[in-house]
Write a protein that binds this ligand. Structure first.
Ligand SMILES: *Cc1c(COP(=O)(O)O)cnc(C)c1O
Length: 502
């Protein structure tokens, strides 16, 4: 299987090259030229295997230049019971809210307690093997822009991995105290963490600019290094996310929640559009999916886009209690637009150029029609987010984080608006303990907020009796290693100096 750039169809690469490079030289994103097709018989085979078995088959179908042995090695190393707290790294929890059944896909049992682990525990293995195939002998420099969770998950995945260095940038006021401490205490010889004086979009734009500046690429090349990306623009991030939708479907069938072949709806709390895109890709491959419900917080640029076909990032940026979704430029939407425009690199390039120059674009009527048919967009604000956490806990004893609550809230809106009772899988993207302050205020508004993050964690635990994940509990005694802060236009100098090649 080959991959091409969304902005230039003549740029064709192998899967190893797509993963090693991260992003195409023209600034476009790599997409598979076709999608494996799973008919009923093929899907049925997935029912009788476990998560790792499902992952191996799906990876093999997309990574045709990897050997079976290589793929098995990656999967076995990534999804261990030890790292994910059990044999199924992505278990389902079932509960009801009013008259609605919620099938909650818990994607946060990994080492950093957010769904990013599902991809970032395997990406380093895919990447080092890809490097060997394509750029043998070079070191990969992983640059990450993070709104909180990607940074830590990437640091954990790449720490002390041979032939890699990783530098993470996060918005100085845009992450939760727990997220900040997870990153500034990171261990490993090959890691650097730096705050930037800007928001997530500034960090992401800065990283993209460094990636595509030829002089910097040359400097790296002279020093036997090359840039790669651990952000969800990297194909090696998206592919692992397809697996858990297929796996969740099989688990629902096996647990008698749906009949084999029955359609499901999928609800995803969305930021950069990677997670929901993976579920769209799963539907293209034959997974019976009816609607994809895209849930946003007050940064509702995607809700407007899905409803009108106009993407306009010229609007107020809100810092919310679901910070991993505080995004106005959703990078992976580019991949959806490419597919929906009939693989048109020309249209995709036109829209992305317009986004860069005017902050805005409008898709064609054909594309609007497909989006309306397949997607539903909705959003809720912080107050509604907390009300949802409270209700879900009070009525069902189920504790969810702020991002998941946005998804639950938008799902309720969807059912109330459409009456569609198709069984729904809701992606739960983080442990509630990653956002303890907001969650505690939601479940116990009368409680006085403790002064420190870890006292807040303890208080939440005392009230809810829900166990604190070990990786978060263990952070309490970790020392701060990184305190750097830089201006957005100095990110480039920071990178060169961190690599010792100014
Ligand atoms: C990254 C993240 C999201 C957004 O996912 P995208 O793939 O960027 O849309 C949602 N919730 C949490 C907790 C996250 O870490």
């Amino acid at each position: 299987m080959l991959y091409n750039s969304t902005q230039n169809k003549n740029e064709v690469v192998s899967s190893a090259q797509a993963i090693a490079q991260g992003i195409s030289k023209d600034g476009g994103l790599f997409v598979p030229q076709e999608f494996p097709q799973y008919d009923e018989a093929a899907l049925k085979l997935f029912l009788n295997t476990d998560y790792k078995g499902r992952a191996k088959k799906i990876f093999a179908d997309f990574l045709s230049d990897f050997t079976e042995e290589e793929i098995n090695d990656c999967v076995e190393k990534a999804y261990t019971a030890q790292k994910f707290g059990g044999e199924n790294p992505a278990p389902l929890a079932f509960c009801n809210l009013d008259d609605k059944a919620l099938n909650i896909l818990e994607l946060w049992h990994g080492p950093t307690c957010a769904f990013k682990d599902m991809a970032l525990q395997i990406l380093p293995h895919l990447l080092t093997k890809s490097l060997k195939k394509t750029y043998d002998g070079k070191d990969a420099v992983i640059l990450v822009a993070t709104s909180g969770d990607t940074g830590k998950a990437a640091l954990e995945g790449f720490k002390d991995v041979d032939h890699t260095k990783i530098i993470v940038f996060y918005p100085v006021n845009g992450v939760s105290p727990m997220q900040k401490h997870q990153m500034d205490s990171q261990e490993g010889q090959n890691v650097k963490v730096c705050a930037i004086e800007g928001n997530f979009d500034d960090a992401q734009t800065g990283v993209k600019r460094i990636f595509t500046t030829p002089e910097i690429a040359k400097k790296l090349e002279d020093n036997n290094m090359l840039f790669s990306s651990a952000n969800s623009i990297n194909w090696g991030r998206l592919l692992p996310q397809i697996v858990y939708y297929v796996s969740a479907y099989c688990d629902m069938v096996n647990e008698g929640k749906i009949n084999f072949g029955e359609k499901i709806n999928v609800v995803v709390p969305t930021g950069n559009f990677g997670n929901i895109l993976a579920s769209y890709y799963a539907s293209l491959m034959g997974l019976p999916i009816n609607k994809l419900i895209c849930a946003s917080n007050s940064n509702n640029v995607l809700t407007d886009f899905i409803r009108t076909g106009v993407y306009d990032k010229n609007r107020h940026f809100y810092t919310t209690m679901s910070p991993s979704m505080d995004i106005l430029v959703s990078s992976n939407l580019e991949r959806l637009l490419y597919k929906l425009s009939g693989n048109s690199d020309a249209f995709t390039k036109e829209w992305m150029t317009s986004l860069k120059t005017t902050g805005k674009y409008e898709v064609t009527d054909e594309v609007k029609a497909v989006i309306k048919d397949k997607f539903f967009g909705g959003f809720c604000d912080d107050e509604q987010t907390q009300a949802t956490i409270n209700k879900l806990f009070k009525e069902n004893g189920y504790l969810c984080d702020t991002h998941t609550a946005v998804a639950v809230n938008v799902y309720e809106q969807y059912v109330n608006e459409t009456g569609d009772k198709t069984p729904a899988v809701i992606a739960s993207t983080a442990s509630p303990y990653k956002f303890s302050r907001s969650v505690l205020q939601a479940v116990a508004p009368e409680t006085e907020l403790p002064n420190t993050e870890f006292d807040t964690v303890d208080k939440l635990n005392e009230i809810t009796k829900m166990p604190v994940p070990a990786p978060l509990a263990g952070l309490k005694d970790k020392k701060v290693r990184f305190t750097d802060v830089t201006e957005v236009d100095k990110m480039q100098n920071y990178v060169l100096s961190a690599l010792g090649i100014e």
